[in-house]
Design a protein around this ligand. Structure first.
Ligand code: MN
Length: 293
């Protein structure tokens, strides 16, 4: 073993702590994120209407934590739709969410920014894809002016019909054509759609901008069958230095809307603090050994 030279910020998704973004829930999320050793809190913007941006920013700052924001769209506000009014509502949500991310002090806005989170009953249409490209190009240009990046999170077929694999995402990023559009890999989704966890990581390489670490069932890391050792080696090989965020969901903590969109029907854990401490240790160990030569 050599020295611990990891540089990746390690994050945790706020749904490990609380199911809404009320001031009390955000204060709790910030306190617990700090107490369990993380560098960054990821906040889902699905409850943006109830988020006290100024208070949350102040709490994050005083704790010395970074922040990233994520979201998916909705079937009535979907930039991959053929319907111009539905696309327009989706673009407005993205614009508002980008502004909230900046106001919170974040530079990473990521997720299923290109579609609703849910099971589509048809493939993506050509018109729908053109709408995704033109809306995300405008959003990326707006984000670039603010020094921010957009992440295209690759999701499984039951949650989107736009990008299910790293190759899909690279093609979409090429078509958008803006340098601040980065790829976001999530091991939970990769397990469903990719051949393995290594090849897509190598394909994405220096366009990787954000990572979600989740087990195949989205519970405790290491309690499922994902080959995290190979995945972390691949991250080391491409010299990835961006955020690595632990994402886990249980029916113990429910956010109306998001939990249902993600089909969180099971109780995979009940003690978020124990889960988060364990995950931080797991990720830190993997980073430590993957950097050793
Ligand atoms: Mn994810």
């Amino acid at each position: 073993m050599t020295t611990d030279n990891r540089t990746n910020p390690i994050g945790v998704h706020a749904l490990v702590w609380a199911g809404d973004t009320s001031p009390a829930s955000m204060a709790l999320a910030v306190e617990k994120t700090k107490a369990t050793g993380y560098d960054l809190l990821e906040i889902s913007l699905h409850d943006l209407a109830n988020l006290d941006v100024d208070a949350t920013r102040a709490a994050l700052r005083s704790a010395g934590l970074g922040v990233a924001c994520s979201r998916g769209l909705a079937f009535d506000a979907d930039v991959s739709s053929d319907d111009a009014s539905v696309v327009e509502r989706g673009e407005q949500l993205l614009h508002d969410s980008l502004a909230a991310t900046e106001a919170l002090g974040g530079t990473h806005f990521t997720g299923a920014l290109y579609s609703a989170l849910g099971k589509y009953d048809h493939p993506l249409t050509e018109i729908g894809r053109r709408n995704v490209v033109s809306v995300l190009r405008r959003l990326a240009q707006e984000a670039g002016g603010r020094g921010m990046t957009l992440g295209l999170e690759i999701c499984n077929r039951y949650e989107t019909n736009v990008i299910n694999t790293a190759r899909d995402a690279l093609r979409l990023a090429d078509d958008i054509g803006e340098d601040n559009v980065l790829i976001h890999l999530d091991t939970y989704h990769m397990n469903i759609e990719e051949d393995d966890l290594v090849r897509p990581t190598q394909e994405v390489a220096d366009r990787l901008g954000y990572v979600h670490i989740g087990e195949n069932h989205r519970g405790y890391l290491g309690s499922g069958h994902l080959d995290f050792t190979s995945f972390f080696h691949a991250l080391g090989d491409i010299e990835y230095t961006g955020p690595i965020t632990f994402e886990s969901f249980s029916s113990a903590v429910v956010m109306r809307g998001l939990s249902n969109d993600l089909a969180i029907w099971r109780n995979l854990w009940s003690d978020g603090e124990d889960l988060a401490r364990h995950a931080h240790g797991f990720i830190t160990d993997q980073l430590y050994t993957s950097h050793s030569r």
